[in-house]
Ligand binder design. Sequence first.
Ligand code: MG
Length: 367
Amino acid sequence: MKIIRVDTAFYRFPAHRRIVDAIQEFTHMEVISATIHTSDGQTGIGYGYTIGRGGRALKVFLDDEFVPLVLGEDPADIERIWEKMWWGPHWVGRGGIASLAMAPIDIALWDLKAKRAGSPLYKLLGGYRDRMPVYDTDGGWLNHSQDEIVREAAELVGKGFTGIKIKVGKEQRSEDVARLRAVRAAIGPDIKLMTDANLRWTAPEAIARARLFEEFDLFWLEEPIEADDVLGHEKLRQSTRIPIALGESLYNRHSFKEYLARDAVSILQPDVGRVGGITEWMRIANMAHSFNVNVSPHFLMELHIHTTCAVPNAMWVEHIPFLNRFVVEPLRIEDGYAYPPDTPGHGLLLDEAKADPHLIEAHSWAA
Ligand code: MG
């Protein structure tokens, strides 16, 4: 069995609402797909994404560097293909665009492998549980007023969510504090309350804000400091009781390892779209398990439902319904839980009628 064709496509999907965090506005989700065709007539599909910039470069990198590397390979050899993609363009790779462009291929290979096994992906990957708690991020954007985030928080709790995330990083510390106080009062003591600063602060600022946030019994403070500043996170961890979560801005297991080894993080948030796919995500989750650290992946709930259901040390799936308007079957969420599809593969498919108006370009590459 060989890979005989790869189809790639680049879409720009507009956001379903105005989305602002402490450092940026998220106007579009750029999705780059790869569909792998085999000599015995099977297919697997995978996706990469950006939050609005760089998508075209990702598509070019995928087409120029990775498609030629995988054509002719046996799609069952996922580790071999992953290493080829890692080392092929390593001079310009090891992170960034290269790492993002690996994801569509790697995810397509896992989709194909699960389909061939007649298995939902989460069972093929390990099969630990068949549903995951979801926390919501979509009601707490930084551009929403305090009244709006309080109203949304109460509505989400009413819908069964047991965790909600509020963006922080307002100009004044007092504004962040007032917003958190109001949300905590609205949701009561038992709903998990997460916060996310999207890399905004220096270590001293993060330490000062964390001290002010201590009274709100936060479940975590996410990305308080630039992701490359491991020492800054180490200092923060030593100064606060609030668990520190990060990982959406890290690209490979080596970066996660350094955080774990320095005890500079409490919860890891790897993203299959950012770490080169499911293969590296599983390595990171398993490594975290050996440190007795939990994972709670970033975004892409439709794919992370499978990886989280596959490992014992996963805590949550993040609810941001960005893709619901463009997919054949939105992820099933009921009473605060997300349920993986029970069909073979990962089950994430774009609905052509809804997605194609946002298609920028597509190519088909044969061996
Ligand atoms: Mg985040």
